[in-house]
Design a protein around this ligand. Sequence first.
Ligand code: AMP
Ligand code: GLY
Length: 425
Amino acid sequence: MNVLVIGSGGREHALVWAISRSPGNPTIFCAPGNAGTGALGTNTDLDSDDHEEVVKFCRDEKIGLVVIGPEAPLVDGLADTLRENKIRIFGPGKEGAMLEGSKVFSKGFCDRHGIPTAAYKVFEDYNKAHVFIDNSGLETCVVKADGLAAGKGAIVCDDSIDAHAAIDTILKERKFGDAGNQTIIEDRLSGFETTLLTLVSGSNYVKLLYSQDHKRAFDGDRGPNTGGMGVFAPTPKVTPELDEIITRDIIEPTIKGLADDKIDYMGCLYFGLMITDEGPYVIEYNCRFGDPEAQAVLPLMKGDFLNALKKASEGNLDGVDLRYSGKKALTVILASEGYPGKYTKGIAISNDIGPLEENENLIIFHAGTRRDGNLLFTNGGRVVAITALGDDFKQCRDQVYSSLAPLRLKGLFYRKDIGQELVTV
Ligand code: AMP
Ligand code: GLY
């Protein structure tokens, strides 16, 4: 089968990698792709904003399945256009993608369907938001831009001074542009976070493994929120008993809520959860695979991933049998210095990435990289994801960190504490 994957990040490299291992030898195109996807398939500079061009490409290349990696084309309705043109597509339409595209929408969805989420208020006017903070007595809170902000639109506040500054950042200085036309101020929950990726096809779903992302830029969960700096899977913190509670209180009501709202969701639904002493809460929904969660979860999978995506896109997950190797996975992101703020592109990294790619204990997923002849350069904030599989998390950590230690890594940084809590406790 010919498959087209849309996107250019580490998640898309992981998707292409997992699809390429499916039986049947699929031919893979990636638009625009990166240096990693180019080694497994054909990168094409198809413009995914131009829906008609994507339709034409699919017809010309006889594409049997399109997989949309990032949220923006989903929120923009690319999946709807492809479906209208009878092209098989894994990814929700515009309505389902609103679960990620608007936090005001997703909070309303949780309220409507009795799904636990932090108490919140919505504001458009910054004066009203400031008055709310002064009067609410909230000690800590989270201030969020309503729309898409590349994982950086949630500002976690320790006190009212932080909250006032966050309100100004979003509503006054408009750091996130129109994505910040509305802001949500919500209670700050405490507990531990976990991500569950699910393949959803209408009222059917398949759960993948629970994982744990590390969103803050620096060790010890300090610094600004990023798209994710590292991850491990499966997280041992989610016991079978906890999985049962999450399924009963969150997953099932979400799937039923989609049906009640007449949203025919076909694609990956990402549950970002906070497990508190009172039980699990939804922190966020995403309408696509997590990045870097996909880079840890997909390498653990043994079943036929392409078949599962195809079946989900056809509205029938019966018989999908995704098995796992029983191993653990741990992923560390190498990011450009300055990320998630300003950073420089075009730094030569061949001497660092070359030895990592030759190390047979590691899987390297490219993200912000650009190849020029034999040379590799940085081309984005998150540059590569380094995944190790092992019998336990200590082995995974040793493999990743011992291979990074001797490298120069000029212009790059990484967190040194991914999965540390699992081996010191
Ligand atoms: P979001 O963009 O909504 O996923 O938020 C990004 C990150 O901010 C989450 O992964 C959490 O670490 C943190 N966060 C968001 N909402 C809350 C909340 N209500 N309580 C505590 N932390 C939160
Ligand atoms: N790693 C968080 C996300 O994909 O949104």
